[in-house]
Write a protein that binds this ligand. Structure first.
Ligand code: BGC
Length: 370
């Protein structure tokens, strides 16, 4: 009899303990127009960092990071319900695919066969089309632990958004002990296709509601960038940044040269270009650092990718209302989207984005707070 009580007590204690150490929790995130439900996962680490991710679009909806006094505050732009995301979002925090960035004319050929994607950005295809990976429900598998993980799976059907091949995609978010979020991307296909996956988090290191990001200081380990035409398709040239307003090889305020007379800045309405790293290897390397002087927050980006789209939030115009009722004004968030070059399917001199059956697409990016 006595033993039985001890056993029950033991089981109860184990259960309470498990609850106390849960570093990943699931809550409701609302209902989509088609009636399906979205979930929100909160990942925590021992320092107090908290990242919220929904299985709708794999979107990071908020992320708290410490300032110089150790104060944790949300530093990513986003909404509080899935309904708001579905109503309209400039890709806030979302997973982007099948092809991040632009494909000219939404058209490309593989082995002599031409594929026409629906165009959704002037004459071009942007971020995988009207209903890209940012607007679908992913199957989520949470994994608790000191470094909690959220594994997201999505099967993109052959012909979905015009792309050939059934693509099996897995994206794993891991909140690490060192205040970093690791994103591992993997994909396989049953027919040759093109793949370029990324995340579209908008950061404001002074706090998501702080307004302009122009005083943030940015450095990138990139000695060249890809000039674009008026519809933001790369011309094919890899232009040295040296002596241009695109030189961030040493830490420079984002706003310092953003209004300069420059044809390329004119095309992007500010910075909206792809920078190419000096280190072209596919090993994990530190590629960018952003420092916000008032809060002392520093974000470092590491990736296995060869390039990064730095977008200075030029198309934010106060039309989007965030979590706390704030209107996100012009340039109130920046994106550092690690990736292969835009329009690679049409530019034979760019590193290939082709994925064939039997191969596995693999890519890792880490966003780390120092
Ligand atoms: C693109 C911008 C675009 C934005 C969408 C960025 O990745 O480079 O041109 O407006 O995504 O919000």
């Amino acid at each position: 009899m006595k033993f039985k009580y001890w056993l029950i007590l033991g089981v109860m204690m184990a259960c309470t303990q498990k609850k106390e150490t849960a570093n990943i929790e699931k809550t409701d995130f609302g209902v989509l127009a088609d009636g399906s439900k979205a979930d929100l996962y909160t990942l925590k680490n021992a320092n107090g960092m908290e990242v919220k991710i929904t299985n709708y679009g794999g979107i990071i909806t908020s992320w708290t990071a410490p300032d110089k006094d150790g104060k944790y505050e949300n530093i990513t732009l986003g909404y509080s319900t899935v309904e708001d995301y579905e109503k309209g979002s400039p890709y806030f925090g979302a997973l982007i695919g099948r092809y991040g960035n632009r494909i000219a004319g939404g058209k490309f050929s593989i082995d002599g066969e031409t594929y026409q994607l629906p165009t959704n950005d002037g004459p071009n295809s942007l971020h995988g089309g009207d209903k890209g990976f940012d607007k679908v429900l992913w199957a989520a598998t949470p994994e608790d632990g000191e470094e909690p993980k959220l594994k997201l799976n999505y099967t993109s059907k052959d012909g979905e958004m015009g792309y050939p091949g059934t693509l099996e995609v897995t994206v794993t978010y891991t909140l690490q002990k060192d205040n970093s979020l690791k994103i591992d991307y993997e994909a396989t296909t049953d027919k040759a296709t093109v793949v370029n996956l990324t995340n579209h988090a908008y950061f404001n290191l002074a706090g998501a509601q702080a307004g302009s990001i122009l005083n943030h200081e940015l450095s990138m380990a990139a000695d060249r960038y890809l000039p674009v035409n008026a519809t933001l398709i790369p011309t094919g040239e890899l232009r040295p940044v040296s002596g241009t307003v695109f030189d961030f090889t040493t830490s420079t305020k984002i706003g310092e040269r953003i209004e300069a007379e420059d044809e390329q800045l004119g095309f992007g309405k500010g910075y909206d270009h792809c920078w190419v790293f000096a280190d072209s290897s596919n090993s994990l390397k530190s590629v960018a650092t952003v420092f916000e002087p008032t809060t002392g927050r520093t974000l470092e980006v590491l990736t296995t990718e060869p390039a990064i789209q730095f977008y200075s939030g030029n198309f934010l115009t106060g039309d989007y209302t965030g979590k706390a009722g704030e209107k996100y004004p012009h340039r109130s968030g920046f994106c550092l989207e690690t990736q292969h070059y835009p329009d690679s399917p049409n530019q034979s001199t760019f590193p290939s984005t082709l994925l064939k059956p039997g191969e596995t697409y693999k890519s890792t990016t880490i966003y780390k707070f120092q």
